[in-house]
Design a protein around this ligand. Sequence first.
Ligand SMILES: [Zn+2]
Length: 258
Amino acid sequence: MLDVQPIPAFQDNYIWLIKGTQDPATVAVVDPGDAEPVLARLESDGLRLATILATHHHADHVGGIPALVEATGCDVFGPARERLPMEATRLSAGDVARLPACGLEFEVLDVPGHTAGHIAYYGHGALFCGDTLFSAGCGRLFEGTPEQMLASLDAFASLPDATRVFCGHEYTLANLRFAAEVEAGNADIADYALKAADLRASGRPTLPSTIGLEKRVNPFLRSRHENVKLSAERRAGRSLSNPVAVFAELRSWKDTFR
Ligand SMILES: [Zn+2]
């Protein structure tokens, strides 16, 4: 199994550190919004940064990249259709991110919705999905439509259930409060909320999640389920004729949920 470790950054970001399969001291990082905690980890653990993978243009995901490139000379992969603060090998759906120094390869998926050109990296049983999918939630629609985001989430849902999901933020507990509001009778949500609360109480990440778990608890992957649809319709005060309409209602409900 791929050795992936979180490097916490800012309030609730995770920069994911991926150990190489041939030489575990040769590593990649995903979405380094801040260089400082990455440089500190490289130093303390005697690691060499070979490659950075970026999922989208937001500063809390790419802000640390120029300083890391300057300090380490590492390669950078990023989305083909977004403005980035540095040179990068630009990738889109169907491309493969090859990291020979780490012995890794990831398929690239186009997953617009949170941003217009957001990409995700999938390989070695792991998904690095940035701010598209969160555990029990999904990213806000800053640049995309509900239809685009639902298609992006559907693409994730079609991956194997065992796929480990490495999201960009620790939002799980707040997301589960919303999920429980949408589906009060879903025992998987209640179970997961207890486990996630224990993990957070001991200072540990709730991530990675898995696609299988997300399909059971994440309302945004469940807009075709009858109970989720009924709940969205109650909130909307009208019937919602298709999954995109259900998804759009859930997303706007979550935007104002406290
Ligand atoms: Zn973002």
